[in-house]
Design a protein around this ligand. Structure first.
Ligand code: ATP
Ligand code: MG
Length: 396
């Protein structure tokens, strides 16, 4: 399953916002254009399937009113997420697209209206089935494989987020189960911060935490074999590095230390003295070692040596999950093959009224022309972004 596109209306600066997605995506754009907001929106999506939106807001120190756009007077946040997914008729050349349409009410912190349908097509035949409908406090869940209604009537429980957060997995048809798991396995690391990566933690429960504060427990839970793979990877790029130590304290807290070798001397450095860039790289490698559906990272180049960026970018382009990163660095873009750059580099900008918009950089004719003679990063360096805004808006 892969997200093909999202449409969002009324989430912070995302007003009438559309974003096409490839397997690897990189958002670029001026400060304040809305790149981090896009990552926050994906985290918001993932939380719909966990349910507890109040807790999500609390962890971010946000009020419910913060998620609505200040640019509109609309109450509800509407979005439409389209996926390319497996078709049960794939052997006959069918493609399937699943779409989730939602209206989220910020007072109730709930998707008050939801519709999920799947369309299968092979160029000649098109078949459409509704898998979920939520409306006016009622719901309907349909299993198209066995052609039967699984649930219908008034929703008998109180909930936040999507109704799918509360329905038992055993009651869901396979496509809805796949959707739920996709969002459970989506990780938006938009707040990774070195001071948080240094913290001791007890349990990670499969997540680095909003700002990476669970890194020590996360590494502990990964187990020895995955830790060795990460160690080998880091040793290739940091020659002095030789080991990660996770100690489990009697109280259950896990603490992280790093071992380095300089000549004959081996030193062990506790997390609170480990370099910022190394900790970020360690966190990204640790996250990449897990099975996941979608990984989102903000300002990927932060604190990382220029010569290590190529290594990181290659890893992310080749990673199994769908990936979305943001960057201000032309160097990151220069390491992308042209076909990855054409599909995946998205320019994020704001309209004069403050709404965030997205456009594939190389769908802009002048940019595409430059790409024939320059690398993607050189095109970016050679372009005045403020002028590009005017160019796109003039075109519109
Ligand atoms: N509720 C809201 N309604 C409308 N616009 C908002 C809302 N909340 C934030 N914004 C806008 O979004 C901007 C922040 O966007 P964001 O942090 O996503 O930018 P960015 O592209 O990540 O920038 P940078 O490159 O500096 O990290 C704010 O400056 C403000 O203009
Ligand atoms: Mg940002």
């Amino acid at each position: 399953m892969q997200i093909k596109s999202i449409k969002v209306d009324n989430f912070k600066s995302l007003v009438d916002f559309e974003l096409p997605l490839a397997k690897f995506n990189c958002l670029i754009g001026l400060n304040g254009s809305g790149k981090s907001t896009v990552l926050q929106f994906f985290d918001f999506l993932s939380q719909q399937f966990r349910g507890d939106l109040s807790d999500w807001l609390k962890k971010r120190q946000w009020n419910p009113s913060d998620i609505n756009s200040k640019l509109t007077r609309k109450q509800n946040i509407k979005f439409e997420i389209s996926f390319a997914c497996h078709s049960r008729n794939s052997m006959f050349g069918y493609n399937a697209e699943l779409t989730w349409f939602v209206s989220f009410n910020r007072q109730a912190l709930r998707c008050t209206s939801e519709l999920i349908h799947i369309v299968e097509t092979n160029g000649i035949m098109t078949e459409k089935s509704s898998l979920l409908k939520v409306h006016d406090g009622g719901y309907f869940v349909f299993d198209r494989k066995n052609d039967r209604t699984i649930l219908s009537g008034d929703i008998p429980f109180d909930y936040q987020g999507s109704v799918l957060a509360q329905i038992k997995e055993s009651q869901l048809p396979e496509e809805l189960l796949e959707l739920k798991r996709f969002f459970f396995d989506l990780h938006a690391l938009d707040l990774l911060a070195p001071e948080l990566l240094r913290q001791k933690t007890r349990n990670a429960d499969n997540s680095l935490g909003l700002g990476g504060e669970k890194l020590s427990a996360f590494l502990h839970e990964l187990g020895e074999s995955k830790r060795v793979v990460i160690q080998e990877k880091l040793a290739r790029i940091y020659p002095q590095f030789n080991d990660i130590n996770i100690s489990s304290l009697r109280s259950g807290w896990k603490s992280l230390a790093v071992q380095e070798q300089f000549g004959e001397t081996i030193i062990k450095t506790e997390a609170r003295h480990v370099a910022d860039g190394f900790l970020r790289m360690l966190a990204v490698c640790a996250q990449l070692s897990k099975d996941q559906s979608f990984l989102l990272l903000d300002e990927i180049e932060n604190g990382i040596n220029p010569e290590l960026i190529e290594f990181l970018v290659d890893d992310l382009v080749e990673a199994a999950p769908q990936v979305l990163i943001t960057t201000h660095s032309p160097m990151v873009l220069n390491y992308l093959e042209d076909e990855v750059a054409i599909e995946g580099i998205i320019y994020i900008y704001k309209t004069p009224l403050g709404a965030t918009q997205a456009k594939r950089l190389f769908d802009i004719p002048r940019m595409r022309e430059k790409l024939t003679v320059m690398g993607a990063g050189e095109v970016y360096e050679d372009t005045l972004l403020t002028q590009l805004n005017a160019e796109i808006l003039g075109e519109a």
